[in-house]
Design a protein around this ligand. Structure first.
Ligand code: FAD
Length: 428
């Protein structure tokens, strides 16, 4: 059994590892070096407690308010392109309590085993920086906090043990926060990791297990015989396999198009900035919930992350939004110093879907091509569980029930008829 995985981000590498450790042949093919973009710049949070889908009650009103601000945490570039309009309408249709809770439940089930799987990685010799310190949500606004507190039943039911910290109780959790905040919610079982060290560790272990990682090979063609995919190509380079998986992040729609299956995955750009040395010591990762900024403490540095931009397909850095991220903590800490010259920020594109849920499973109209993408803001949290379950499906053990809500069929009912491209490269 030989699987070719297109894309070497968190999703492609965790899957490559799961297949290689079960003794099957794996080749991961990336357009550039693996582990860059979103899989490098993320906040590294492993947080089922935050696994709500992006579309939710109240998002429409909030996004309209934010759209007029140049430094807002959410930006939707106005566009009349049909794909963009369809995507946004799809997202807004899901801004209701029923879809929100169903999506959250499905994510929680997928994330249930994440911590155990991460511990398995460590036991198998994959070295990466991980911090099991919990997650603190901090609020300046009492209404926002009460809104979150009133919706904690799902997290409680899944054993995440949320602790509500009213008023000054939040200082016992994090003394550096300023007094007078509305309060916080502490989730003791959450952890954070350095995603770049995880993707490096996974690559090293995949190679030890006999897997192949090929860089600088953007896949641009697919060879098929009827339903069966026989190879993918990058220019003249040909990658043969028994199974193929598209895990190409924000680029996934472009790649599944080559398989004849259009999927609505769009980029949601975000930024992160590493402050070295860390300007203050924090006990936990903190979600500055009203400002929508993630603070992640690592040994010797602190990462600030934020912003969701629905705009172009690029990793350009918008300085105005980076400055807003750097200013954000001053609403939560008395002695927050905004760095005089902005340290270099990096951008990454989150793969977003209209319903805020990933797309995982067999591509319709094919016998042996799969997709694992659209994890949006949750690729690190949901990646290990996704890949363990999808490896089972690829290896013929049936579709694990926890993957059912994420089936590609919910978007790709209509498959484009594709001319067969025979292995010699000639259209049949
Ligand atoms: C600022 C920021 C903060 C975040 N914080 C968190 C967090 O704290 N916790 C969390 O769970 N998630 C977080 N995320 C989300 C998470 O980072 C993403 O969901 C995840 O990295 C997506 O991984 P991926 O493998 O699907 O895509 P990517 O990492 O984008 O990887 C896709 C790969 O496919 C390759 N590729 C593209 N086209 C082709 C082609 N034609 N041929 C071959 N290869 C191709 C690309 O080069 C790339 O390497 C954050 C994201 C951002 C941007």
């Amino acid at each position: 059994m030989r699987t070719v995985i297109i894309g070497g981000g968190v999703l492609g590498l965790t899957l490559g590892y799961e297949l290689a450790r079960q003794g099957t042949e794996v080749e991961i093919v990336d357009a550039r070096a693996p582990g860059l973009g979103a899989s490098e710049v993320n906040a590294g949070w492993v947080v089922p407690s935050e696994a709500a889908p992006v579309p939710g009650p109240g998002l429409i009103l909030k996004s309209m308010k934010w759209m007029v601000r140049k430094d807002s945490p959410l930006y939707i570039k106005p566009s009349v392109q049909p794909d963009h309009v369809r995507f946004m309408l799809g997202m807004w249709r899901r801004c209701n309590e029923r879809d929100f809770r169903a999506g959250f439940e499905a994510h929680l089930a997928l994330a249930e085993s994440t911590n155990d799987i991460l511990d398995d990685y460590t036991r198998d010799g994959i070295a990466y920086d991980s911090y099991a310190q919990g997650l603190l949500m901090a609020f300046t606004d009492a209404d926002t906090m009460h809104h979150h507190v009133s919706g904690l039943d799902l997290q409680s039911a899944h054993g995440l043990d949320p602790q509500v910290l009213e008023g000054d109780a939040i200082h016992q959790a994090e003394p550096a926060l300023r007094s007078g905040l509305a309060g916080g919610i502490y989730f003791p079982h959450e952890r954070h990791l350095d995603s770049a060290s995880l993707t490096r560790g996974l690559q090293a272990r995949i190679i030890e297990l006999g897997g192949i990682i090929t860089e600088s090979a953007p896949i641009d063609r697919v060879e098929r015989l009827g339903d069966a995919i026989v190879a993918v190509r990058s220019g003249e380079r040909r990658f043969i396999g028994d199974a193929f998986v598209v895990a190409a992040g924000a680029w996934t729609g472009r790649v599944t198009d080559l398989f004849g299956v259009p999927l609505p995955i769009r980029p949601g750009k975000g930024y992160s900035i590493d402050l070295t040395p860390a300007p203050m010591q924090l006990r936990t990762a903190i979600n500055l919930s009203d400002a929508k900024i993630a603070m992640t403490p690592y040994d010797g540095r602190m990462r600030l992350s934020g912003t969701m931009e629905f705009a172009g397909m690029d990793e350009d850095v918008n300085v105005t939004r980076v400055k807003a991220i750097l200013r954000g903590p001053s609403g939560y800490f008395d002695n927050w110093q905004i760095p005089a010259s902005a340290p270099q920020a990096k951008a990454g594109m989150r793969p977003m879907t209209p319903d805020g849920m990933p797309i995982i499973g067999l591509l319709p109209g094919t016998a042996n091509a799969f997709v694992s993408s659209g994890h949006g803001m949750l690729g690190v949290t949901l990646g290990p569980g996704t890949s363990r379950a999808l490896a089972d499906e690829i290896l013929g053990r049936g579709v694990p029930p926890r993957l059912l809500p994420f089936s590609p069929t919910r978007f790709a009912r209509r498959v484009k008829p594709m001319p067969a491209l025979t292995p010699s490269g000639v259209h049949a």
